[in-house]
Design a protein around this ligand. Structure first.
Ligand code: SF4
Length: 355
């Protein structure tokens, strides 16, 4: 839903100049560049090897690769898998799946969760703040506060507060705990923070370095190096690693989703969000309610109302979605034979666990 005709506060009378931002200071002990870029050297140098897992295919492939290397180096005891729990906005069973993957890999599992509500609650709270700010500015300039333009409250590629609030921030609280667990080493604790991001996902991700110092997360007590072990991998390589590992993957991929994490991602492609609306109509309705509340579209140029209409049109044309056979997503990349072997192994493992 679009907001009513509004007066744009930003292109009329000049505002007071913004307060200069304080430059963020990094502790002088934090290095400018990583000491190593070779995987074995990175792993050996780390006090903690932290694997960020959304439960999605890329993070599970990254986790199984890093754990395989850590086993060879005798460093598995330093590995921790962390999952940022997004609540009901992520696909059902994601947290349990990440935990199961960690258990099968034989490593410690931690869950972190942001305080202060999920993405929808935060979008509403952010709208209230932005609106109050715009009204204050309007009053200061003698403009009618009810006719002002409020900045979009939803996260977007240029205001990706969802990742920092719901994932990055909570993971840093775990880093603080892990540092405390090691006590005084007489030097900053070295954390190797591993991510499943890949260049093939998007142009911004392609620009990310495979290894870099995370200066904002580092301080006098911890030095954090970000490592993206599968940055150069293709989809096929990811699925081959999953097949090789035998770890279970989320069924949302078999339904046809290309990515996991939030069912409705503000950065997701249209096919994904329409499919998600077919699979989670009640959650889609909640997004529409928030769109109405905050007066802007969930995705830039695409409202949840439109998404739901497209989902309904597909349901009307093809009937309700039927559960696809297990392994559908994997078979597309690694073939039916490898997928059959993977499923047989997964079933054996499951039976073994049940016994
Ligand atoms: S999956 Fe999308 S909407 Fe969810 S936190 Fe990540 S970028 Fe934001």
């Amino acid at each position: 839903m679009h907001a009513p005709a509004q007066l744009d506060l930003f292109d009329t009378a000049p505002l007071a100049p913004p307060k200069p931002k304080r430059a963020r200071r990094t502790h002088p002990s934090v290095p400018d560049a990583p000491a190593a870029s070779v995987p074995t050297a990175l792993l050996r140098a780390a006090d903690w090897i932290l694997l960020n897992s959304s439960g999605g295919k890329d993070s599970q492939a990254m986790a199984s690769l890093v754990c395989r290397l850590a086993v060879k180096l005798g460093l598995l005891h330093r590995v921790v898998i962390v999952h940022a729990d997004l609540g009901d906005i992520e696909w059902e069973g994601t947290r349990k799946l990440a935990e199961e993957q960690a258990r099968r890999l034989g490593v410690r599992f931690e869950v972190v969760k942001a305080e202060g509500g999920d993405l929808l609650a935060r979008t509403v709270a952010r709208f209230v703040k932005l609106k109050a700010k715009a009204e204050t500015q309007a009053r200061e300039r003698g403009v009618d506060p009810t006719a002002m333009k409020v900045a979009p409250a939803w996260p977007s590629s240029s205001a990706r507060w969802c990742t920092s609030d719901l994932k990055r921030g909570p993971v840093r609280t775990l880093m603080t705990r892990l540092v405390a667990e090691l006590g005084d080493l007489g030097r900053p604790v070295r954390i190797l923070n591993c991510m499943g991001q890949r260049a093939a996902e998007s142009a911004p991700r392609a620009r990310l370095a495979a290894v870099e110092i995370d200066r904002p997360a580092s301080n006098g007590k911890r030095h954090v190096t970000t490592w993206r072990p599968i940055h150069g991998w293709t989809d096929v390589e990811v699925w081959k690693e999953i097949a090789r590992s035998g770890l279970p993957y989320h069924e949302a991929y078999d339904w046809g989703m290309s990515r996991l994490s939030c069912s409705f991602c503000v950065l997701g492609c249209e096919a994904d969000v329409v499919l998600a609306a077919r699979l989670r109509p009640k959650k889609a309705a909640e997004y529409i309610a928030v769109e109405n509340q905050v007066g802007t579209d969930f995705k830039h140029g695409l409202s949840m109302r439109n998404i739901v209409e497209r989902a309904a049109a597909l349901d009307a044309e093809h009937g309700e979605l039927r559960r696809p056979p297990r392994g559908t997503a994997m078979a597309r990349y690694v073939g039916k034979k490898t997928t059959r072997e993977y499923l047989a192994r997964a079933d054996r493992d499951r039976l073994g666990l049940a016994v």
